[in-house]
Design a protein around this ligand. Structure first.
Ligand code: RIB
Ligand code: CA
Length: 308
């Protein structure tokens, strides 16, 4: 089996932590590195948390620190969601291994250039600052990367403002660069991720796995703020959906659309303006809105059970 080479760009972040574990537990994926970006919390903690989660999985995946702030706007954090640690609910040991040498943006640029076209997939589950900087430095990588699979945006209402989802809101200018780079983009917006809720029963099933990783994930999901959608209540597993697309695309559905990013607005900055109903403009993204959430949770749980 040819393992799919990915670079996982993230801002751990409670759901990022679960996404990292899912990726590291899946032998279909070859996680070349994890690149951290400021987002839910500052870069010091996102890069620290990423290393701690990698060591929870007993992996040796290098972690690179990336951009400490958005391209233009003032930073906004989500510590009210993820806590002052960035991964409230977890009780992880401090990492033993240091950060990898070099900047995340350089690693992304150089790794994509060093591989043949269509061999590297970028999975982005935080603000898109690192990816935007790499694409600005090296526009050629847009045509070399296999896909950019990202968690972000919304067809309708946001979760950070009425108009904007956090990852896009936190760096709308970076999102504009990425969505206009020409790279093939697959997007898991809130309409999809809000269907994947860590309900009480699902968290109990994960906890019953009895491993340390499962205990940590259950702790995170217990602490993770709950929401109610489609008659169910639980923490939405936003970021694992992006990794899950790579593993089980058959569980999801959507369509090709034009996506533009609002970068100059008073009330709707960071909105993903998606031609969902009527495609008048050439599509620049495959936008996913349906998912078999029950099957997805079963498969995520099985994968987490592979970790120590
Ligand atoms: O809106 C959800 C996204 O914002 C997730 O990536 C979560 O980790 C936060 O970064
Ligand atoms: Ca995230």
């Amino acid at each position: 089996m040819t393992r799919r080479k990915i670079i996982l760009d993230c801002d751990p972040g409670q759901d990022d932590a679960v996404a990292i574990l899912l990726a590291l537990a899946s032998t279909e994926l070859d996680v070349l590195a994890i690149t951290a970006v400021a987002g839910n919390i500052g870069i010091e903690k996102t890069s620290l948390n990423a290393r701690a989660v990698v060591e929870l999985a007993r992996a040796a995946t290098p972690v690179y620190a990336g951009c400490p702030r958005p391209l233009v706007r003032e930073p906004v954090l989500a510590t009210h969601i993820h806590g002052e640690s960035g991964i409230d609910g977890a009780s992880l040991s401090p990492p033993n291994r240091p950060l990898a040498d070099g900047h995340a943006v350089d690693f992304i640029r150089d790794t994509i250039r060093a591989h043949p076209p269509d061999e590297i997939t970028l999975v982005a589950i935080g603000p898109l600052t690192n990816l935007a900087c790499a694409l600005i430095q090296a526009p050629d990588i847009a045509g070399r990367v296999q896909e950019i699979v990202l968690m972000g945006g919304a067809i309708g209402l946001g979760n950070t403002t009425p108009a904007a989802e956090f990852n896009i809101y936190a760096d709308p200018h970076a999102a504009h660069v990425v969505f206009n780079s020409g790279a093939r983009i697959v997007m898991t917006p809130l309409e999809l991720t809000h269907q994947v809720l860590a309900t009480h029963g699902r968290v109990a099933t994960i906890r019953a796995l009895g491993t340390e990783a499962a205990r940590q994930v259950a702790g995170i999901l217990d602490a993770y703020p709950k929401t109610t959608h489609f008659g169910a209540t639980g923490g939405p597993l936003h970021d694992p959906c992006a990794v899950a697309y790579l593993l089980w695309p058959d569980l999801m559905g959507g369509k090709d659309c034009r996506v533009d990013i609002e970068t100059e607005a008073t009330h709707s900055i960071g909105r993903t303006v998606i031609e969902w109903r009527r495609q008048k403009t050439a599509a620049n993204a495959h936008v996913l809105d349906t998912v078999d959430a029950e099957m997805l949770f079963r498969r995520i749980t099985e994968r987490l059970g592979r970790l120590p």
